[in-house]
Design a protein around this ligand. Structure first.
Ligand code: ATP
Length: 237
């Protein structure tokens, strides 16, 4: 991929917690209009990676470029303003506010395709039924939809998704992943961390395998899904 086609370009990223190094020398990219999956077992460093890219965590070395511009060390409130949305693990909706307020409170325009409240309600009709209810009273799946909807309301060009189907029923998980897979048709790219690796590879264009803080394999979603090593290690064949 030419550097011009790269929306996100991470080179040599190393991140730690005190003296514990959680990621070593990570390089990866996301192109315009791509869904890229990060696969890895528990503790591999997936959440750390997304947090370092979006500025939630500081980095020790390496460079994160977004649209060709270095953003390493930029704080998360700032990265969201330039079109890099992060939908974290654990949903983090405002429980004491209604669905409507959770969506309308977003006061960020990342410069990506315009996303309105109506667009979110069309993507997730369940939220329409719950529009005037408090977010804290929603089911886990509904809260996840709301968290994704809120991430999209910031009009991002790229969304980092951390385990969007965690704890959801198979049906809801399919619905959520299908929305994520369809974002590229709206011109929104995605970097997806997902414990349901088989489902992630179904919607992704490419992927990287993270093992104990290092990238050990990368390729098209098809190559990864058909790799005997990956099937044995992660896909339960
Ligand atoms: P999971 O799928 O279980 O969420 P993960 O792939 O997202 O795992 P991380 O949560 O990024 O992995 O953790 C990577 C490594 O960093 C692990 O060894 C973890 O124990 C360590 N780690 C994560 N958070 C902290 C922290 N706040 N302090 C110290 N070590 C941490």
């Amino acid at each position: 991929m030419t550097s011009a086609g790269k929306l996100l370009d991470v080179q040599g990223l190393t991140v730690g917690y005190g003296r514990v190094v959680a990621l070593r020398d990570i390089s990866l990219c996301v192109g315009q209009g791509e869904v890229v999956a990060i696969l890895g077992a528990n503790g591999a460093g997936k959440t750390t990676l997304l947090n370092a890219i979006s500025g939630v965590l500081p980095t020790q070395s390496g460079v994160v470029r977004y649209l060709g511009r270095p953003i390493t060390g930029m704080k998360s409130w700032h990265t969201s303003r330039i079109g890099l949305s992060h939908v974290p693990e654990g949903r983090e909706v405002f429980p004491g506010m209604t669905v409507e307020v959770n969506l309308k409170i977003v006061d960020v325009n990342g410069g990506g395709p315009k996303v309105t409240v109506d667009d979110v309600l069309t993507l997730f009709p369940r939220l329409k039924e719950r529009f005037h209810q408090l977010a804290g009273g929603l089911s886990g799946g509904e809260q996840q939809m709301l968290a994704i909807g809120r991430g999209l309301m910031a009009c991002p060009k790229l969304v980092l998704f951390d385990e969007p189907s965690l704890g959801l029923s198979p049906m809801l998980s399919k619905a959520v992943l299908s929305v994520i897979g369809g974002l590229k048709e709206r011109g929104i790219s995605a970097l997806l961390v997902e414990q349901n690796m088989r489902a992630a590879l179904r919607i992704a264009d490419r992927g990287y395998v993270l093992r104990v803080g290092r990238i050990t394999a990368e390729g098209s979603a098809k190559e990864l899904a058909e790799s005997p090593d990956i099937q044995r290690a992660y896909l339960g064949f």
